[in-house]
Design a protein around this ligand. Structure first.
Ligand SMILES: [Zn+2]
Length: 438
């Protein structure tokens, strides 16, 4: 026996009559993504019955079969159909695989009556997960743990559970919408901005802009060394997502042709603690040509294609945006999370494969959820900055129970105590402390 209590060669064999791609997704998420078990389908019922090797379980089959029985309530067989209500999770009709699929496929977001905000994002207000308090915990991982206990038996489960819980990590991610406040924006935008400052009588601002450009003072958004120090204090690995979009109403970063931006991205990537990824723009969420052109810009700057991305403003066209990311060879999408509130939008903290509900296919794109964003506390929840570390500590406690990673989304801009972030100068290091130190 291994220290996990399960023999390393132990395979879970699953018999599920008339299984569909929805079965594939639900079992992949629960058994692989959360429980980290080796498993395979055993479609032939005779082989399933006669071969006693491994741990046997059946789903939606006759209760007379040997092995652990999981009754099915039907959702996984209803291809092409959307249900507004989540399956039961307690009592005689409970089906935790179906519930995990309902939550993890984000089925409710595809209903015609789904609420959307000005950016086209799903609005969770009044949704069943919000009302039931499911967003505050990685609820699908809790259900997976219940399944794990039933499957492995109490003794083996205790040891396996311990190993899963010990895998917990804090994984900060930072979006860089604008790498610098004043530097690298090009002559045209710099002169335009200066004229605007002067017209509005903002003389100090205009003066400051030029002091930064002339190298006399530091750019306020240049918070990269500070962030590195704070991350090093907790030995954290960090993912940076860089906006490379053409200038637009919601895309106001440096031009992707900026040598300054390229130098920053390459410098960060050379540091062992950092990974550099792509932040597709607001426009690119619904414009395939813009998406492709940003992809090429990333490739040109980094000398390699991007493998991970997160959408700017978390903006996506349902289905379409992720299909386009897949077509471009993106392997990880870090967009799953709400702008309006904190928590686990799809019920998972660990990464899992994206299920394309419109095609009814489990895809190769891995969704990497995050649980909180700086702008959510500031703009939507209006949490006083001094209370943010405590709120983050509560999320860390919630995810530690099942050992998933705590990912959160901060911006290089919010590390600089100015303008809307003026009271936020010490929030980020306090958040790292509150989430990392136990
Ligand atoms: Zn952004």
């Amino acid at each position: 026996m291994s220290s996990s209590g399960i023999h390393p060669s132990m395979v879970v064999r699953v018999h599920a009559p008339d299984r569909t791609p929805r079965h594939e997704a639900a079992f992949d998420w629960v058994l692989t993504a959360v429980l980290g078990l080796k498993w395979r389908w055993e479609d032939d019922v005779d082989v399933y019955q006669n071969d006693v090797e491994g741990i046997r379980c059946h789903y939606g089959a006759s209760l007379d079969l040997p092995g652990v029985a999981f009754p099915a309530e039907g959702l996984l067989s209803e291809l092409g159909q959307l249900r507004p209500k989540a399956p039961e999770i307690e009592g005689g009709n409970a089906d935790l695989f179906a519930a995990a699929f309902w939550m993890g496929s984000r089925m409710e977001e595809f209903l015609p009556q789904a609420l959307r905000d000005d950016h086209g994002r799903f609005d969770p207000s009044g949704s069943e997960p919000e009302q039931k308090g499911w967003l505050a915990r990685p609820v699908c991982e809790e259900w997976a743990f219940q399944i794990g206990e039933k499957l492995l038996g109490e003794e083996a489960w205790l040891a396996h559970r311990q190993r899963l819980i010990e895998a917990h990590r804090v994984e900060p991610t930072l979006d860089v919408d604008s790498a610098y406040a004043f530097r690298g924006k090009g002559a045209y935008r710099t002169l335009g901005a200066t004229f605007r400052d002067l017209l509005r009588g903002k003389l100090r601002h205009a003066w400051r802009r030029w002091a930064v450009i002339m190298g006399q003072s530091k750019d306020p958004y240049d918070t990269y060394n500070l962030a590195s120090q704070w991350h090093d204090d907790h030995e954290l690995k960090v993912r940076w997502f860089f906006l490379l979009a053409d200038f637009g109403a919601f895309d106001k970063g440096l031009p992707s042709s900026s040598p300054l931006l390229a130098r920053l991205m390459r410098t960060l990537e050379r540091q062992e603690a950092n990974e550099v990824h792509w932040h597709p723009g607001h426009q690119a969420a619904s414009d395939g040509a813009a998406l492709k052109s940003e992809f090429k810009a990333f490739e040109r700057i980094m000398g390699r294609p991007p493998l991970a991305s997160r959408q700017h403003y978390l903006r996506m066209e349902p289905t379409l945006s992720r299909r386009r990311l897949l077509d471009l060879g993106i392997q990880q999408d870090h967009t799953e999370g709400h702008a309006k509130c904190t928590g686990w939008r799809g019920g998972f903290a660990r990464h899992r494969r994206w299920y394309d509900l419109e095609a009814e296919t489990l895809t190769a794109l891995e969704l990497y959820p995050f649980a909180a964003m700086d702008a959510t506390f500031l703009r939507y929840m209006k949490v006083p900055p001094e209370d943010v570390p405590q709120e983050m500590g509560v999320l860390a406690d919630a995810v530690r129970k099942t050992g998933g990673p705590l990912r959160f989304l901060w911006h290089n801009e919010s590390l600089c105590p100015e303008d809307q972030w003026r009271h936020w100068g010490q929030v980020y290091p306090a958040v790292l402390k509150a989430t990392c130190e136990r």
